[in-house]
Design a protein around this ligand. Structure first.
Ligand SMILES: Nc1nc2c(c(=O)[nH]1)N[C@H]1C(S)=C(S)[C@@H](COP(=O)(O)O)O[C@H]1N2
Ligand SMILES: [Mo]
Length: 212
């Protein structure tokens, strides 16, 4: 960033900035909405989340049951493949790692990948190791409020980079599915919706793995 321009209040601090903004990205303070298709509106009474595939025990949680799971907050920078980045976004929800360590979910030892199943047949795949990181959250709240319909209400996955600890594995924001309804554990990788349309399967933000 050039020094002859006044820094906007929403721009991240100077310290560590070089490592914080991935190549080809620009900060925004807006929160753009990006998805394929229309915004679903499933009533909470008929909503559920299914856990299936390479697991010892299938699960089905109603909304009330999901709200009883152990909760956490994260602050992450999100980086969209369309080149906008948003710093210090605050999310609340449930860590997949917590569910697995707490034995709410029992993946088979052979499970290596996670396929997020969203409303209207949308899917997105991630390595299980990535989904187990603290930067990956099943989120119900953004900035202390329930998710807006267009941002994934009532439940979405979010993934981003932690400013203090930018990791080699950080991925673009599309790897978090909005309107999540199922978690499928897989032994072999399966491409999701955008990955089948030419988005890079690994989606690494530091290596600019945008499209193939
Ligand atoms: N269900 C669903 N989730 C999705 C998408 C989608 O098309 N459908 N698009 C992804 C993409 S490309 C991006 S950049 C982010 C955008 O999230 P936002 O609209 O909250 O900014 O959602 C991701 N999750
Ligand atoms: Mo995107």
């Amino acid at each position: 960033m050039s020094a002859d321009r006044e820094r906007q209040s929403w721009e991240p601090k100077e310290e560590g900035e070089g490592e914080r903004l991935p190549p080809g990205q620009a900060w925004t303070k807006r929160f753009p909405v990006l998805h394929y298709g229309s915004v679903p509106h499933t009533p909470l009474e008929s909503w559920d989340l299914r856990v299936f595939g390479a697991v010892e025990r299938q699960e089905r949680w109603t909304w009330d049951e999901f709200c009883e799971l152990p909760r956490a907050k994260v602050k992450i920078d999100v980086h969209c493949v369309t080149r906008w980045s948003k710093a210090d976004t605050e999310w609340e929800g449930v860590h997949l790692r917590t569910l697995i360590e707490g034995k709410y979910i029992l993946p088979k030892p052979s499970a290596q990948y996670l396929l997020q199943h969203c409303e209207n047949g949308f899917t997105v795949n991630v390595p299980l190791e990535l989904a187990m990181s603290p930067n990956f959250l099943l989120a119900t709240h953004y900035n202390g409020l329930p998710l807006e319909p267009e941002h994934g209400h009532p439940l979405r996955c979010v993934v981003g980079a932690t400013p203090e600890r930018c990791g080699q594995q950080d991925v673009y924001f599309w790897k978090g599915g909005k309107w999540l309804r199922g978690l499928e554990f897989l032994e072999q990788d399966k491409l999701g919706f955008w990955e089948q349309s030419g988005y890079h399967n690994r989606a690494n933000i530091w290596q600019e793995q945008r499209f193939v």
